[in-house]
Design a binder for this molecule. Structure first.
Ligand SMILES: Cc1cc2nc3c(=O)[nH]c(=O)nc-3n(C[C@H](O)[C@H](O)[C@H](O)COP(=O)(O)OP(=O)(O)OC[C@H]3O[C@@H](n4cnc5c(N)ncnc54)[C@H](O)[C@@H]3O)c2cc1C
Length: 479
C-alpha cells in the first residue's frame, strides 16, 4: 500500500487522513501536540465540557455535517437554541439587523428596527442604490474600503467589522473581498449597488426577516455537537481507519528516491520517516518552513500570509443566565472603536443545549490582528479585564453587573487565524501551482479555501484528490 504521511492533526489533517484512508492509502498522521484537534478543543469550565476553540459548523456547506455523520455522530448533532445575537455600538446593545451579508445590510427597514445606526448613517444606506452604480470590479479590494465608500463608516465599524472581523480576527479594512466574500465579489463583476446585491442574496437566506411567513421552517445557520465540536477529532481517530502519532514534530521534508523523508523530533530523539506521499496540514507559517525543501515557491508564498493571535476566556457563573436577567440573546459582538479588550461574547449555555447544571457558561474572545496588547497580559490580568468588560457589556447601560465567576479558563490561540489580505485568492493559486509540480505532495488547512471548519475539510478533500491523482499517474507511467 502507498504510505501517506499527513503532517498536522487539526481538522484539516484528520479530514485528509479520513478521505485518504477511504481511497485505500495507508495513512499516518504526525501531530506535534500531545493531542489531536488543533483549534477544535473541549475544556471543562466549572465542570461543564465546552468548546474553547471552534464551536459551530456552518450548515450551508455540507462538508462539516457530512464528516460528522461519517464519524457516526449524526445523532449527536445539536442546533442553537437561539441565534438572536446583539451588537454593542454607540455605548449600548442593539439586535443584529436581519438580512445582512457579513454586516452589509440588505434591508433598510430591518436596519432601522435594530437601531444600530444613527439616522444619518441609515439615510446614507438607503440612498446607496441611487449613487452611480459601482463599475464592474476588476481587481480585489479590502471589504472595509468598499463598504465605507458606498455606505459610510458606521456600517463598516458597527456591523461589518464585528461580523467579518470576528470570523477572521482581522480588520475589514485589510481583508480581501474576493477571499472573504466571494459571492459579493462575483456579483460585483457586473458592478451595481451593495444594498441591492445584499438584498438579493439575503432574500432567500436561512434566517427569517422580521415579518416573514412564521409557518416557513427556518434552517438553523449553525450546528454543533453534544459535548462540544471539539469531540470530533478524537472520534475520527477512534475509528482506527488511520494511524496517529502525537508528540511528533516534523522539522523538515525532503525528496528521496522513493518519495519523501520527514525529519522529526529534536536531536537526541530525532527520527527519520519515509513516505510515498505527504500532505502538509499545518498553519501557514509552519507550512512555509516545511515546504522550503520540497516546494520553495509555495513556502515563500505561504510565509507571506500573516496571522492573528487571540484568546478565548471562558467563564462559569453561578445561576442561570435568564434568571440573572443577562441580556444579549446568544451573544454579543462589539463594534470597532469601542473601548473593550473583549471583541465578542458567546452565551454558550444559552446558545447551545448544554447541561450546565443551573450555571451560566459563557466565553469572550480577545485579540485581533494588529491588536496584541491585551494578549500580552498574564492569565489572571486577562481574566480580570474581561470580567470587567462583561460587567458593562452584560449589565444595563448605567449599572455594570458585578460578575463573580466560579471558574475561568484562558485558552490562547497564538497565530490562530490566517489573514486573507487583498490578493489572497491569487496567492493560494500560486501555492497550489507550485505544489502540483511535486508529485505526491499536497497541502491543506485554514490558509487555503476559508478558515471555517467546513472549508478546511474541503481543502483536505482537494489535497487528497491531488495526491491520489499524482500517485495513480505515476503508477501508469511506470513500465
Ligand atoms: C478561537 C477560534 C474559534 C473558532 N471558531 C470557529 C467556529 O466556530 N466555526 C468554524 O467553522 N471555525 C472556527 N474557527 C476556525 C477553525 O477552527 C480553524 O480555521 C480550523 O480548525 C483550522 O484547522 P487546521 O487543521 O487547518 O489547523 P489547526 O487546527 O491549527 O491544526 C494544525 C495542527 O498541526 C499541528 N502542527 C503544527 N506544526 C506541526 C509540525 N511541525 N509537525 C506536526 N504537527 C504540527 C498543530 O499542533 C495542530 O494540531 C475558529 C478558530 C479559532 C482560533
Amino acid at each position: 500500500m502507498t504510505r501517506l504521511v499527513v503532517v498536522g492533526g487539526g481538522i484539516a489533517g484528520l479530514a485528509a487522513a479520513w478521505f485518504a484512508a477511504e481511497a485505500g492509502l495507508d495513512v499516518t498522521v504526525l501531530e506535534a501536540a500531545p493531542r489531536v484537534g488543533g483549534k477544535l478543543r473541549v475544556e471543562e469550565v466549572g465542570g461543564v465540557p465546552v468548546d474553547v476553540g471552534a464551536e459551530a459548523l456552518l450548515t450551508a456547506r455540507p462538508e462539516g455535517l457530512d464528516l460528522l455523520a461519517a464519524a457516526g455522530l449524526a445523532d449527536e448533532r445539536i442546533s442553537p437554541l437561539t441565534t438572536s445575537a446583539r451588537v454593542w455600538a454607540g455605548g449600548t446593545t442593539h439586535p443584529l439587523p436581519a438580512r445582512t451579508m457579513m454586516g452589509i445590510p440588505g434591508d433598510v427597514e430591518a436596519l432601522r428596527e435594530s437601531g444600530a445606526l444613527s439616522d444619518t448613517a441609515l439615510q446614507t444606506v438607503a440612498e446607496e442604490p441611487s449613487l452611480p452604480p459601482l463599475p464592474p470590479l476588476r481587481r480585489d479590494v479590502p471589504v472595509g474600503s468598499l463598504v465605507r465608500y458606498r455606505m459610510g463608516d458606521e456600517v463598516a465599524d458597527r456591523l461589518v467589522e464585528p461580523l467579518l472581523g470576528g470570523v477572521y480576527a482581522g480588520s475589514a479594512d485589510v481583508l480581501s473581498l474576493r477571499a472573504t466574500m466571494p459571492t459579493l465579489a462575483d456579483r460585483l463583476a457586473q458592478g451595481g449597488s451593495l444594498l441591492e446585491i445584499a438584498r438579493a442574496v439575503t432574500g432567500a437566506g436561512g434566517t427569517r426577516a422580521p415579518g416573514a411567513d412564521p409557518g416557513r421552517p427556518v434552517v438553523p445557520v449553525f450546528a454543533s455537537l453534544r459535548g462540544g465540536l471539539g469531540r470530533l477529532p478524537a472520534t475520527l481517530v477512534a475509528t482506527g481507519r488511520f494511524a496517529v502519532r502525537t508528540g511528533v514534530t516534523v522539522r523538515t521534508i525532503n525528496r528521496s528516491a522513493a518519495g519523501f523523508t520527514l525529519d522529526c523530533g529534536a536531536v537526541p530523539q530525532a527520527e527519520r520517516i519515509e513516505a510515498d506521499a505527504v500532505i502538509v496540514a499545518v498553519p501557514a507559517a509552519k507550512a512555509a518552513r516545511l515546504l522550503a525543501g520540497v516546494a520553495p515557491a509555495a513556502g515563500d508564498e505561504l510565509g507571506a500570509i500573516e496571522s492573528a493571535s487571540m484568546a478565548i476566556v471562558s467563564f462559569a457563573l453561578d445561576g442561570d443566565a435568564d434568571e440573572a436577567g443577562i441580556p444579549a440573546g446568544s451573544g454579543l459582538l462589539i463594534g470597532a472603536g469601542e473601548r473593550f479588550a473583549t471583541k465578542a461574547v458567546t452565551l454558550t449555555s444559552r446558545k447551545w443545549p448544554v447541561d450546565a447544571d443551573g450555571r451560566t457558561v459563557l466565553r469572550a474572545s480577545v485579540g485581533r490582528h494588529g491588536e496584541p496588547h491585551a494578549l500580552q497580559l498574564g492569565d489572571a490580568d486577562l481574566v480580570e479585564i474581561v470580567r470587567r468588560d462583561l460587567g458593562v457589556l452584560l449589565g444595563d447601560a448605567d449599572t455594570p453587573r458585578e460578575l463573580r465567576p466560579v471558574d475561568a479558563v484562558v485558552t490562547r490561540w497564538g497565530g490562530g487565524l490566517p489573514q486573507y489580505a487583498v490578493g489572497h485568492v491569487e496567492r493560494i493559486a500560486r501555492v497550489r501551482a507550485a505544489i502540483a509540480g511535486v508529485p505526491g505532495l499536497a497541502a491543506c488547512g485554514a490558509a487555503f479555501d476559508g478558515v471555517g471548519v467546513p472549508a478546511c475539510i474541503a481543502s483536505a478533500r482537494s489535497a487528497v484528490d491531488l495526491v491520489a491523482g499524482s500517485l495513480s499517474q505515476a503508477r501508469t507511467m511506470r513500465p
